[in-house]
Design a protein around this ligand. Sequence first.
Ligand code: SAM
Ligand code: SF4
Length: 329
Amino acid sequence: MQLKDSFNRTIDYIRIGVTDRCNLRCFYCMPKEGIPYEPKADLLSYEEIIRLLDVLGNLGFKKVRFTGGEPFLRKDFITLLEKTHQLSHYKEIRITTNGTLMTQHIPKLKELGIDTINLSLDTLDAERFKEITRRDDFSKVINAFHTLLDEGFTLKINAVVMNGINTEDILPLVALAEEHPVSIRFIEEMPFNGGYKENDTKFNATDIFDTIKNKYASLSAKTGKHGDTATNYTIDGFKGEVGIIAAFSRTFCNTCNRLRITPKGDIKTCLYDGGTFSIRDFIRSGVTDEQIANKFIELIKLKPENGFVAEKGIEKSLVRGESMSTIGG
Ligand code: SAM
Ligand code: SF4
């Protein structure tokens, strides 16, 4: 079975924010202090997440990503991974993590066949890492980077590019892909930081491309795959590759294949919409799996054509007030 939205896009990828809590405070994501956390009882339980994943799997979903907040902060996260693995719908179980709490779980991830990790790392400079994340955990992330590579994981690095903050880190990060078989993905900064600062979008995907192309003339685009948000590039002589994600310019919406569930169970059919429906309240009202499936089908039909249309539908202030940690980035 394949679920299509109103624009004939096949929707088969679910991203779930498993917690709104985080041990870092990246300044593009959260304010220094605050963002009051949701009471734990208001977050989806792992049993509820598994039920939703089972329904979605029966609707043809094949890929799931767990994110947050920091997913490895959640106490029952490994149980959630085990149960997801047992469902057998999902060919790809993926995790986005800041890498500070995960190395002890690497054997379990391997056992469950979770072989691809997205690790967030915006700089190779320990001091700048501290400024960006407001925590002194650079060595833990670098340790995770090397351990994951040594253990044979497919590794993607997510680096948010911030105008005037870490633009000079672009080339050192690119150089990592010369030595290592990793994909270094540069992400445009989006306005989801908890509302405490304006988004600075002056350094965009084109600027990132130009910065890399000026140094590496052989930078060449690869053909995209279903649902890719990154435009991926090869560079002659490199073991790895480079990706650019126009997350703010939103140039990839026409091939979007995803649906999101926030930690407190709001369905987002687009990153830029305001949270369309509380699936948590719906399942807690005692509905059947068939009713849940029909609700997903109905919501997917409401998926907006692109992120600009989605953003128009809600108060701008609401978009700016959200944090990636509460959306599930
Ligand atoms: N804590 C985990 C981590 O940092 O990888 C997972 C959650 S985090 C919200 C998921 C991804 O969203 C990270 O790669 C992070 O860099 C990215 N992100 C957070 N805020 C962002 C923003 N305002 N613009 C662009 N990307 C952002
Ligand atoms: Fe935490 Fe990830 Fe947000 Fe950084 S980007 S504050 S690590 S949730």
